[in-house]
Design a protein around this ligand. Structure first.
Ligand code: SF4
Length: 353
């Protein structure tokens, strides 16, 4: 697989035991959509996210009960936890006290310098990084007035201003995100930001939409950035089950040559030459292989025109014929399989690899 552009060098910060930036692999984040104070539901959702490969999880902490719940949630999960806080520095302090591995808060919104210093002191003491997260929907009024509208330059200036407040308190364990639901604006903003700072960047398209549209928008925006070497951690934001966010994130990383675990799946679009039910077969094989973590390239091809070529390039694959298919393994034809046994035979052969 071709590699994407060389990654832009960034500082490394540690979120619990997961590094972000530097030479660390691009990590996958998601966010729970359960109230944090419903500890049971939140833990169950985080475990489901862990199971599909989420590296870091974020929970909204809108009140003291949620900040209190952080401790109990942390005790029951294995991946680092980020507390997402707006405005109230007391919530940030409580979440950190209770074991949050990172907080997301914009220091410019906390209020007095003393409050910022309190947050920074605790974060420094505990080795907790802070994400400055600028969002096009909540851009500060002076910047809106200065630029006359929400634009990439305004988002970048806002992010840099927030980071400077932390730097003023000698704090540099910073991750920055600047999110917009506009793909082109996000792309420009992150490009601009990456020229101005070496803090690691959390990338994503915010409020991207429902799984179909949201995945496409995220793939275009995040994918374009990653192919330009920009982005140290990412979240795909979907209106849906957060598990789908992690699945989408993995596929985006895989397509950019930045994720080698699990199945790399190739299947042909089918055409008038297809003589087996390839759509069903491809879907069933893909589903059956979801939990496999080993890097294996699998090709499910409809016919012998392009089929054997792709199937031979893959670790394993099939090329369809009339009511049957040929099974290839590491470039060698293994056997002919009847249509009704293709899925089972291919899945079995992959599991044996
Ligand atoms: S591999 Fe064969 S069946 Fe599939 S799209 Fe190409 S030509 Fe058609």
């Amino acid at each position: 697989m071709e590699e994407s552009e060389k990654r832009r060098p960034t500082r490394k910060v540690m979120v619990g035991n997961v590094p972000i930036g530097g030479d660390a692999p691009v990590s996958i984040q998601s966010m729970t959509n359960t109230p944090a104070c419903d500890i049971e539901a939140t833990v169950a959702q985080i475990k489901a996210l862990e199971d599909v490969g989420c590296d870091i999880v974020r929970v909204a902490v809108p009140d003291m009960a949620s900040a209190e719940a952080v401790r109990s949630i942390k005790e029951q999960i294995s991946i680092p936890l980020v507390a997402d806080i707006h405005f109230d520095h007391q919530l940030a302090l409580k979440a950190m006290e209770n074991g949050a591995d990172k907080i997301r808060i914009n220091p410019g919104n906390i209020g007095s310098k003393d409050r910022v210093r309190e947050v920074v002191n605790m974060a420094s003491q505990k080795g907790i990084p802070i994400r400055v997260g600028v969002n096009s929907g909540s851009l500060e009024k002076p910047l809106l007035d200065k630029y006359g509208r929400v634009c990439a330059e305004a988002l970048v200036e806002s992010a840099i201003n927030h980071a400077l407040i932390l730097e003023d308190s000698d704090f540099r364990d910073i991750v920055i995100s600047i999110k917009s639901s506009d793909v082109v604006m996000s792309y420009k903003a992150y490009q601009l930001l990456s020229q101005k700072t070496d803090y690691p960047l959390h990338i994503g398209i915010t409020e991207a939409g429902t799984p179909y549209r949201g995945t496409i928008k995220s793939a275009v925006g995040i994918g374009a950035l990653l192919l330009n070497g920009i982005g140290d951690t990412l979240r795909v934001s979907l209106t849906g089950d957060p598990v789908e966010e992690v699945r989408a994130a993995k596929e985006i990383l895989r397509a950019c040559g930045l994720y080698s675990r699990g199945i790399q799946f190739i299947s042909c679009p089918t055409c008038g030459r297809t003589q087996i039910d390839l759509i069903r077969i491809a879907n069933e094989v893909e589903q059956a292989l979801e939990d496999i973590d080993k890097p294996i390239k699998v090709a499910v091809m409809g016919c012998v025109v392009n089929g054997p070529g792709e199937a031979r390039e893959a670790d394993i694959g099939i090329a369809g014929g009339r009511g049957s298919a040929v099974l290839f393994k590491k470039g060698q034809i293994i056997k002919k399989v009847d249509e009704d046994r293709i899925v089972e035979t291919l899945v079995q052969a992959i599991k044996e690899l």
